[in-house]
Design a protein around this ligand. Structure first.
Ligand code: ADP
Length: 160
C-alpha cells in the first residue's frame, strides 16, 4: 500500500485542499490521511474539532481518504499510520522556503519518509485559507472557494 499523510492547519479546509487530495488519491496514492494539526502555533479561527469536522464534510464522497487530528512529530505519526510519504501543496514561490526547510528537517528526523509536493490546479493557485477568512469577514461570497458546510460555518463565526 502506497500511503501518504497530508498535514496542515486547514483553518478552514478549502476547495484547493480538496483538489490536491482528489488528484493525489485518484492518481498516485492508495490511501491519504488528512492530518489536521490540533495544537497549531497559528491563531486559528476554528477549533481543532471544527477543523476536523469541516475537512470530513468537505471530503464527503472522496474515496481512500481519512481525516485525523494529530499532535506531536509528523514523522512519528506518519510511521504509526504506515505512511511513507508526506504530501504538501506548493502554490507560489513564497511557499518554497518554508516547505524546503520543513522537508529537509523531516528527512533528518526520518530518512524513510519522503516529502512530495503537488502544485494546485490553475483555478486554485491563488487560494488560501487566510484569504477565504478575509473575504468571509468582509461579507464577500466564498461559494467558489469552499464547501457549503465551510461557507455556513464561516457565516456563523463572523456573525458572533
Ligand atoms: P499549514 O498551516 O501547514 O501551511 P494549510 O492548511 O495552510 O496548513 O495548508 C496545508 C497544505 O495545503 C500546505 O502544503 C499548503 O501549501 C497546501 N495548500 C493550501 N492551499 C492550497 C491550494 N489552494 N492549492 C494547493 N495546495 C494548497
Amino acid at each position: 500500500m502506497n500511503i501518504a499523510v497530508y498535514p496542515g492547519t486547514f483553518d478552514p479546509f478549502t476547495n484547493g485542499h480538496k483538489d490536491l487530495v482528489q488528484r493525489a488519491s485518484s492518481n498516485i496514492f492508495d490511501k491519504i490521511y488528512v492530518c489536521v494539526v490540533e495544537k497549531s502555533n497559528k491563531d486559528t479561527l476554528f477549533t481543532s474539532a471544527e477543523r476536523i469536522e469541516l475537512a470530513k464534510k468537505s471530503l464527503n464522497g472522496v474515496e481512500n481518504v481519512d481525516v485525523v487530528g494529530f499532535n506531536g512529530l509528523l514523522v512519528d505519526y506518519a510511521k504509526k499510520l504506515n505512511a511513507s510519504v508526506i504530501l504538501r501543496g506548493l502554490r507560489v514561490v513564497s511557499d518554497f522556503e518554508y516547505e524546503f526547510q520543513m522537508s529537509s528537517m523531516n528527512k533528518k528526523l526520518n530518512q524513510n519518509i519522503e516529502s512530495i509536493f503537488l502544485t494546485p490546479s490553475e483555478s486554485y493557485a491563488f487560494l488560501s485559507s487566510s484569504l477565504v477568512k478575509e473575504i468571509a469577514k468582509l461579507g464577500g461570497d466564498v461559494t467558489p472557494f469552499v464547501s457549503n458546510d465551510v461557507k455556513q460555518a464561516l457565516k456563523k463565526k463572523f456573525k458572533q
